[in-house]
Design a protein around this ligand. Structure first.
Ligand code: C5P
Length: 220
């Protein structure tokens, strides 16, 4: 399996307890390098979770989708930087000033702007593209966007623009509440930098094997 695919897979630790998350990290860290900690787990467990992931030699994508006045967002970004996270999210809808404040934090991690949540149905492409422009102009590294917007984003914003893509469903997995979905192979072909996968791996009987299957699909 090409190593570069391992560096593109992010597994979402969408569970409620430190014990469950630590078990997942333990099971998956032989094959997964980046774990996403979102509001569910962070609100319950806190920074201790980030420290644990780092202690296992793995990286953290902190998905708290900051959206507040510029000063508060900048301070939250600085706090995340102090925890040595690898990447974090802000809401692009927070506007140019808020995004610039985040981008200008010294020693900050990679920052991606959430464009439109993948649970939103309908034709959102124009909105996604305009929010991506806002993120790029403000100096962020990229965006979070559904697979459907990948080709247009990649074409418009170039190879260096980071595109993080949830809404990934391997052919063998249930769709769940994801509305704008693609398989891992399709998302890689369409230009995703990182794929975020949760339930298809978390709900599998053998989670490491499920992650390996996703990685194999990404690499084929
Ligand atoms: O659906 P799955 O469990 O793979 O979701 C992984 C991540 O994708 C979640 O942590 C969430 O942040 C994001 N997600 C999303 N839209 C949904 C469901 C989940 O963006 N409808």
């Amino acid at each position: 399996m090409p190593r570069c695919m391992k560096s593109k897979l992010i597994v979402a630790l969408d569970v409620d307890t430190f014990a469950e998350a630590a078990a997942l990290v333990n099971d998956l860290s032989p094959v997964v390098e980046i774990f996403k900690v979102g509001s569910q787990l962070f609100t319950r467990v806190g920074p201790r979770m980030l420290d644990h992931i780092h202690q296992t030699g793995r990286q953290v994508f902190l998905d708290l989708k900051f959206h507040d006045i510029p000063n508060t967002v900048a301070k939250a970004v600085a706090a995340a930087a102090a925890h040595k996270v690898f990447m974090l999210t802000v809401h692009a809808s927070g506007g140019a000033e808020m995004l610039q404040a985040a981008a200008q934090v010294t020693g900050r991690p990679m920052i991606v702007g959430v464009t439109v949540l993948t649970s939103v149905a309908g034709d959102v492409q124009a909105e996604v593209l305009s929010r991506a422009r806002l993120c790029q102009t403000a100096g962020l590294d990229g965006v979070v966007a559904s697979p459907q917007e990948l080709p247009a984003l990649r074409q418009k914003y170039g190879e260096q623009f980071v595109i993080v893509t949830p809404g990934i469903r391997p052919a063998w997995a249930a769709t769940g509440d994801q509305k704008r979905i693609m398989t891992p192979a399709e998302a890689i072909a369409a230009g995703a930098t990182y794929l975020v996968v949760g339930r298809p791996i978390l709900a599998a009987a053998d989670r490491k094997e499920a992650a390996e299957r996703v990685l194999a699909e990404m690499g084929s």
